[in-house]
Design a protein around this ligand. Structure first.
Ligand SMILES: C=CC1=C(C)c2cc3[nH]c(cc4nc(cc5[nH]c(cc1n2)c(C)c5CCC(=O)O)C(CCC(=O)O)=C4C)c(C)c3C=C
Ligand code: FE2
Ligand code: FE2
Length: 341
């Protein structure tokens, strides 16, 4: 019997924090039609003509702030997660890590699995909430590549795991050491998305963004809605920690460009909380399974500075799932439960 293949795929990071590598990363990332989802001509003009040349030097500086002797935190933790999952699953499994953009690449990881004669492939896009720009993009590329093989093994995909009990429990446990009840407000800050991508993912075309709060509750109709899944994750973590609904806020960070993104924006929520006299904030970022630029720099440094300028005192990040053994066990259970699905 061949081994069962498991492919863990995260977003990706530059090969180094130097401008050239950041350019290559942003170019590949933002030229993805699921990320900048406009017509090909406009995307090329915008990405290659404006965003990559102007953003890369600034983004490279930010990467230099979080790059340490282990390299990029996202890649570092992803490698550890992969090794820990392989260790727990044992020799019947062949576990590979890939990044959607840059390295280790999805084609290289799939080639290793093919050479290892795996009998099946289970793909886990490492994004708890489904978005076309993240999970959808990974699934599309894997399908495109494997569809060209002569022998196509059974391939399965995890579509989302926004309510995975082990993931929720790990985030809650990570927060306990900060004593969440001692903070003025808890924030769940998720990576943002253009609003039009929510609407495009609404198969009913009658739900998302049709009323002020339609994407705040997960139902059968909107079960693939990124915003609704984010709200559900926040609600479950808050319930685990017995945080009353008035004590927490859900918000969305990392907006790029001028189009409207899913709201409320984290910056706006910081302003409201500072105006209401809140001083100390505890921030979860449960769109990520590993600490990365968006948690270590955007939240800790940028939002921290922003909030202090507004009169606040502290923005404390809850560390991500990283190499927490409880998370690894949850991931292993997810793999075993999904086997053959
Ligand atoms: C949670 C999953 C992610 C979704 C959905 C997502 C959508 C998305 N992102 C951009 C633009 C950028 N994102 C950047 C960094 C970044 N994004 C994610 C995850 C999701 N993005 C991660 C994990 C990271 C950090 C990677 C790391 O190396 O640590 C960046 C690069 C940084 C910067 O220049 O600001 C950009 C750009 C868009 C446009 C988008 C959906 C449309
Ligand atoms: Fe992003
Ligand atoms: Fe929605």
């Amino acid at each position: 019997m061949g081994k069962k293949g498991v492919l863990l795929v995260n977003l990706g990071t530059p090969d180094s924090p130097e401008v050239g590598d950041v350019k290559r990363y942003l170019d590949q990332f933002l030229m993805d039609e699921r990320v900048i989802d406009i017509n090909a001509f406009s995307r090329t003009m915008l990405v290659k003509g404006v965003i990559v040349p102007f953003r890369s030097p600034k983004t490279a500086k930010l990467y230099k702030e979080i790059w340490d002797e282990n390299g990029s935190p996202l890649l570092y933790y992803s490698k550890i997660q992969t090794a820990m999952v392989q260790e727990q699953l044992g020799p019947d499994y062949h576990v590979e890590l890939a990044m959607r953009y840059q390295n280790p690449s999805i084609p290289a990881a799939l080639a290793k699995m093919k050479a290892g004669l795996v009998e099946s492939i289970q793909v886990i896009p490492m994004f708890p909430q489904y978005a076309s720009a993240s999970t959808g993009s990974v699934i599309q590329l894997v399908m495109e590549l494997v569809s060209k093989w002569q022998t196509i093994p059974p391939v399965s995909f995890v579509n989302s795991f926004h309510d995975n009990p082990g993931m929720i429990a790990t985030f809650a446990d990570n927060a306990r050491k900060y004593q969440p009840e001692t903070y003025d407000q808890i924030l769940f800050s998720f990576h943002g998305l253009p609003e039009r991508q929510l609407i495009k993912c609404d198969h009913s075309q009658s739900h998302c963004l049709k009323s002020a709060d339609c994407c705040q509750t997960l139902t059968d109709v909107n079960k693939f809605c990124y915003s609704a899944q984010c709200h559900d994750t926040a609600k479950l973590i808050a319930a685990e920690l017995q945080i009353p609904s008035a004590q927490y806020s859900v918000c969305f960070q990392s907006r790029l460009g001028k189009d409207p993104w899913v709201q409320p924006y984290t910056s706006d929520v910081l302003k409201q909380l500072a105006a209401a006299g809140k001083k100390r904030l505890l921030v979860f970022c449960p769109a990520f399974v590993a600490d990365c630029l968006e948690t270590l720099y955007e939240v800790t440094v940028e939002y921290g500075e922003e909030f202090r300028k507004l009169g606040g005192e502290e923005v404390q990040l809850v560390s991500s799932l990283n190499d927490n053994p409880q998370w690894i066990s949850a991931l292993v259970k997810m793999i075993k439960d999904n086997q053959g699905a």
